[in-house]
Design a binder for this molecule. Structure first.
Ligand code: SF4
Length: 530
């Protein structure tokens, strides 16, 4: 028998370490031979701490909201008597569990029914610190295939066929990006992973790094081979200590096995990988600021062109993708670009990881095919609004995204549809709001964030965010005037069109979308004070 405890950040925050200690104590007290190990976030953050019980020849059962007090009963009934405690069970898998698309769910649970797990397929099911488990579940088959059978051009072609687009937010075609860096002249090239996830309510990258660090490393190694790089950096925010710890362990383990470093798999291909911890500036998620920060300079964006593909890290051609993008690569190489392209919509292929937070019943991490509707995500997967209140809006894309109202719930989730509606895909944060949420407050909250994070280099963003925040504060505090609304909208458009980098260009989105869909709430704030 084996017991596995969810010990990612969500599991630990919910008390996973205490549950693990209680399990160890109970097993020792009874003198049982049971393996106790840890895993990562299975996606049901709302139900942590989660414990999986696996008995030989029996389905794996996952228990949610486990407390140290429940441990003796779990051990007695399930481990010793072989009878699952059904009222505490969340999900039950049949047979082998990786990958687990289409897991049979316990009655009443629809959480996984609509999901298609690719980059999250190992999360919550394997030990993220074990290279052996990664390899046993198909890990490094893609790198072997690439180094043994494919030219760099063939690798890039396969990524192009897949239709994979950057999962960091902008949605640029990944294969095309790789080809730019490959074609750029220069002997020295770099591969960089942007793990500086900073959007409020977003934890996709952290979950993937904590849950499957080897997949990101393998994806980066394949990218390095494809573009002709021999060195790479993972720029990970320092507020993710567990992700950094697991990355360090994974890099060391892969190096010891000859899967990273010099002469990988005896093919003569070299790739050295380093970790750089970011110091917490949101703007360092912008690629040119990120590169400056790795070089030890102040993290400030610069004008492009030249693009990093031509002049990146230390002036050398550099490919930058985010965590989820790289994590998709081994699956695409292993299963073929066509397989990936068969999921999703015409222009947005594959799956996307989203973080569900806010006033929904089931907060957590999900992976769904592109093209699924917001309604399916919020109501079918996440179970609807807490306390059965009315849905009001969903904020998509973090502080750069927009707030969409109820009549947009049937919108398919893809890059183009979201942008057309005034939101953006962003990196995948979704914050759901109920009938009690004030949308002017929401706009002020996000602008407060971006104003504080503005690096101050260009005037539209430095001055514009301050002035917009002043107006929003005035309205929220009952001092607003009707003419403020036109000023706010004009200012938002000017900042959007003239700011130097993505932070400034997208920070007006929460204002513009709330003015578009919830203008009456602004007007009510102004009228009510009179
Ligand atoms: Fe800095 Fe804002 Fe200008 Fe970007 S848009 S360079 S964050 S001031």
């Amino acid at each position: 028998p084996s017991l596995t405890v969810g010990m990612s950040t969500c599991g630990q925050a919910a008390g996973g370490a205490k549950v693990m200690a209680a399990l160890e104590e109970e097993i020792a007290r009874r003198g049982l031979q049971v393996d106790i190990s840890q895993t990562s976030c299975i996606g049901m953050c709302y139900a942590e701490p989660i414990v999986e019980v696996a008995l030989p020849g029996k389905p794996r059962v996952f228990y949610g909201d486990v407390t140290p007090e429940r441990v003796p009963t779990l051990v007695e009934k399930h481990v010793l008597q072989g009878e699952p405690v059904r009222e505490w069970a969340l999900i039950q898998l049949s047979g082998e569990a990786t990958p687990y698309e289409g897991i049979p769910v316990m009655p009443g649970s629809t959480y996984y029914g609509r999901q298609v797990r690719v980059v999250t397929s190992r999360l919550g099911l394997t030990n993220p610190e074990s290279l052996e488990e990664y390899i046993a579940t198909g890990g490094y088959e893609a790198l072997e295939k690439v180094l043994g059978q494919m030219t760099p051009e063939q690798v890039i072609e396969e990524i192009k066929i897949s239709g994979l687009r950057g999962r960091g937010g902008a949605g640029f075609p990944t294969g095309l990006k790789w080809s730019f860096t490959r074609q750029a002249p220069g002997d020295k090239k770099y591969v960089v992973c942007n793990a500086d996830e900073g959007d409020p309510g977003a934890f996709m990258d952290r979950s993937v790094l904590e849950g499957d660090p080897f997949s990101v490393i393998e994806g980066m190694t394949i990218a390095a081979y494809a573009i002709g790089a021999d060195e790479g950096y993972i720029y990970c925010r320092a507020e993710y200590p567990l992700a950094i710890k697991r990355l360090k362990m994974a890099i060391a383990a892969a190096g010891e096995k000859g899967l990273l470093g010099r002469d990988i798999l005896g093919t003569g291909f070299n790739f050295d990988l380093h970790i750089k911890a970011g110091a917490g500036a949101f703007v360092c998620g912008e690629e040119t600021a990120l590169l400056a920060s790795i070089e030890g300079r102040q993290g400030m964006p610069r004008v492009r062109p030249p693009f990093p593909a031509q002049q990146g890290l230390w002036g050398k051609p550099t490919n930058i993708n985010n965590v989820e993008t790289y994590a998709n690569v081994p699956f695409i190489i292993k299963n073929g670009g066509q397989w990936f392209a068969s999921m999703g919509t015409e222009k947005s292929k594959g799956t996307k990881v989203f973080c569900l937070t806010g006033k929904i019943k089931k907060t957590g991490l999900i992976e769904v095919p592109m093209g699924i509707t917001l309604r399916e995500i919020i109501f079918d997967i996440a179970g609807g609004i807490q306390d059965d209140k009315q849905f009001k809006a969903v904020q998509i894309g973090g502080p750069s995204g927009g707030c969409l109202p109820e009549d947009k719930l049937d919108l398919p989730v893809d890059y183009e549809s979201l942008t057309a509606a005034g939101a953006i895909m962003g990196s995948g944060g979704m914050v759901v709001m109920d009938e009690n949420t004030c949308m002017v407050d929401v706009a002020r909250f996000f602008l407060n964030f971006t104003q504080a994070e503005s690096c101050g280099k260009c005037t539209p963003c430095r001055e514009g965010t301050k002035r917009m925040l002043e107006i929003l504060t005035r309205i929220c505090e009952g001092e607003g005037r009707m003419e403020d609304l036109d000023t706010l909208e004009t200012l938002a458009r000017v900042v959007k069109n003239t700011a130097l980098c993505g932070l400034g260009q997208t920070c007006p989105n929460p204002i513009l979308s709330t003015l578009q869909y919830f203008r009456h709430e602004y007007e009510a704030h102004i009228k009510d004070k009179r």
